[in-house]
Design a protein around this ligand. Structure first.
Ligand code: F6P
Length: 338
């Protein structure tokens, strides 16, 4: 078979292990693998490169994606889907593997309905995809964020300050929640919960009195009176980093408590670097499974982590509704806010 593969949406650690998994597994079937560059722009404009053992053998520990990525949406471009279908046919692609988050897999689901033989591999540092327990990218991002938080703890303690760390996560608070729990923050703000600033300040005052500093983690998508005009991508998403959530929360704390407060934003630093063990294994396993799914004719599905197995789950499950932080997780967080 001739298999196409692309990576779309924001890059994240684990993409290269997934591409590598695809190529290694394809070799077992004597398949040929064609990489499409820059997400959906690849099949839209026929930007391809062959992928073989030499191109993927040494990429297990590399962040980002060797195939490049973009937030191109063929359905937002005139004749986009028709051009993708036509190019896949012309290039002799028997099946396509789309590695991406909600947007990339949303395009895959629509193309599947138009007859394209496509399977998905879920990824996103936000961990907000339904139908899969975890996505690769998330574990590495939170690992970076907890490292940042422990560095901030040193400065907060030395200067007797409150420090606010802003993390990514778009409309789901998984990154902030896990960073807060695993990094030992004193308060966490996430998009799923309306901020209670009085409760937060009362708690921080108490913590500051007890230990002389405090740490807050805030997710970029937290509900705040901040939404000015903002740039949007082809899927209609605002660039949330420009909202200045961390700064806003730091100023509010300073005003209410009169305690020296600073904020730090780790931004795209949390999306790069070598993938953790978890992300390397998840990327490798889902890449391998995607090729098996093609040979089993399981199209319109993605290779998802369900418990400790990689299963074929309908793309619609992933793209219908984002997976957001539930009450149960919030209850766990609250255990650690003493
Ligand atoms: O979806 C991944 C993500 O990192 C979000 O957490 C963040 O809001 C967004 O991408 C940033 O997008 P960009 O890299 O285009 O600025």
């Amino acid at each position: 078979m001739r298999i196409g593969v692309l990576t779309g949406g924001g890059d994240c650690p684990g993409l290269n292990p997934a591409i590598r998994g695809v190529v290694f597994r394809a070799m077992d079937y004597n398949d040929e693998v064609i990489g499409f560059e820059e997400g959906w722009k690849g099949p839209l404009e026929s930007i391809t490169r062959p992928l073989d053992l030499n191109s993927v053998d040494e990429i297990i520990d590399r962040g980002g994606t060797i195939l490049f990525t973009s937030r191109t949406n063929p359905f937002a471009i005139k004749d986009g889907p028709e051009r993708v279908i036509e190019n896949l046919k012309r290039l002799g692609i028997d099946a396509l593997i789309a590695i991406g988050g909600d947007d990339t897999l949303g395009v895959a689901a629509k193309l599947y309905k138009l007859g394209v033989k496509v399977v998905g591999v879920p990824k996103t540092m936000d961990n907000d995809l339904s139908g899969t327990d975890y996505t690769f990218g998330f574990d590495t991002s939170v690992t970076v964020a907890i490292d940042a938080l422990s560095r901030l703890r040193d400065t907060a303690r030395s200067h007797k300050r409150i420090i606010v760390l802003e993390v990514m996560g778009r409309h789901a608070g998984w990154v902030a929640l896990f960073t807060g729990i695993a990094g030992g923050a004193d308060w966490v703000l996430i998009p799923e919960e309306k901020p209670d600033f009085d409760a937060m300040c009362a708690h921080l005052r108490k913590d500051f009195k007890r230990k002389g500093y405090a740490l807050v983690v805030v997710s970029e998508g937290t509900e705040l009176p901040l939404d000015a005009e903002s740039e949007v991508d082809q899927f209609g998403h605002k660039l949330l980093q420009k909202r200045g959530v961390g700064d806003f929360v730091a100023r509010l704390i300073k005003e209410k408590l009169n305690i020296p407060t600073r904020s730090a934003v780790i931004g795209h630093i949390q999306r790069g670097g070598a993938p953790t063990l978890f992300d390397r294994m998840l990327g490798s396993r889902t890449g391998v499974k995607a090729v098996d799914m093609i040979h089993n004719g399981e199209f319109g599905k993605m290779a998802a982590l369900v418990g400790n197995r990689i299963d074929a789950v309908p793309l619609e499950e992933a793209t219908g509704k984002p997976k957001v932080v539930s009450e149960e997780w919030l209850d766990l967080l609250k255990v650690f806010l003493k």
